[in-house]
Unconditional design. Structure first.
Length: 286
């Protein structure tokens, strides 16, 4: 299914007079009766890993050109939030196969798994640093959601944020010097950016709606994110300095968890219930 849409983008946060007109294509990527969520691109931009609700919840890999799907994990556990390593050899993910949710890594070829975290608190949403040396993630080990980071082998686990509310959805900048995340420290969820060591926290968005799930573009010029509405959610993007917000999708659907293709310019994947259940969709800005 393909839609050609002339979209009014660029609604300013404080003044709604400025807008820019773009054309973009929306295309449904997955077509099963199961919910399919949390997409992640392979480093070469040709594969998508995502979570399927088939079974208890497994991770699959799909080819962009052929749509051929291969199951990566299976069993009684809930496996979710996959993220490719920069070399394309491994995928980090969250799993409750040992009780609560921990961060795991699986070799894409051998299927060998390694558990990286083992705290009694839930830990999810792992994201590899661009050089592959670290993994940032969200953890509840302090009693609330905070952003943590560790070396890629699971060692040297340390907290980046320490806040009584929710700091969630971490995402590295392309150069590895900053981390974008969502936080409700000013009331509702907004997009924030901090240095990779947890210093210099800067708020980027301030709308009354919740804004979360940031994803940095490969060239570092934009951050895509989800804005939650009472009757749905939409995909937006903003410059890393908090200016020039652009609305990328609209409607009464739940469009969430955008991720930029690392190779193809202005091309994103996201999850949406436009077809009824949750599926993976792609968006190409022309």
């Amino acid at each position: 299914m393909r839609f050609k849409i002339a979209a009014m983008l660029g609604l300013a946060l404080l003044a709604l007079s400025a807008c820019t007109k773009y054309e973009y294509d929306l295309e449904q990527f997955s077509h099963t009766t199961f919910d399919e969520t949390m997409p992640s691109w392979s480093p070469d931009g040709t594969l998508l890993a995502y979570t399927t609700s088939e079974g208890e919840g497994d991770i699959v890999i799909a080819e962009l050109k052929t749509l051929r799907v291969t199951k990566l994990t299976s069993g009684d556990a809930k496996d979710l939030a996959p993220c490719w390593s920069p070399d394309g050899r491994k995928i980090a993910f969250a799993s409750d196969r040992n009780g609560n949710f921990d961060i795991w890594v699986i070799d894409v070829v051998t299927r060998r798994m390694k558990r990286l975290t083992s705290d009694i608190a839930d830990e999810t949403l792992p994201r590899w640093s661009p050089d592959g040396s670290k993994i940032v993630y969200q953890s509840r080990r302090g009693g609330n959601w905070d952003i943590w980071v560790m070396d890629a082998d699971g060692s040297n686990q340390r907290r980046l944020t320490d806040y009584a509310g929710a700091d969630i959805d971490p995402c590295w900048s392309p150069d590895g010097t900053k981390v974008a995340f969502a936080s409700d420290r000013n009331g509702n969820l907004d997009i924030w950016v901090m240095n990779a060591d947890g210093t210099n926290l800067t708020q980027l968005t301030s709308m009354p709606q919740d804004e979360c799930q940031p994803s940095w573009s490969p060239d570092g010029r934009r951050i895509a994110y989800t804005m939650l509405h009472p009757k749905g959610s939409s995909i937006w993007s903003i410059k890393p300095d908090g200016t020039d917000p652009l609305k990328l999708t609209a409607g009464l659907w739940h469009d969430e968890r955008p991720v930029w293709n690392p190779v193809r310019k202005n091309f994103l994947a996201f999850q949406s219930d436009r077809s009824g259940n949750l599926d993976i969709w792609t968006l190409a800005i022309r």
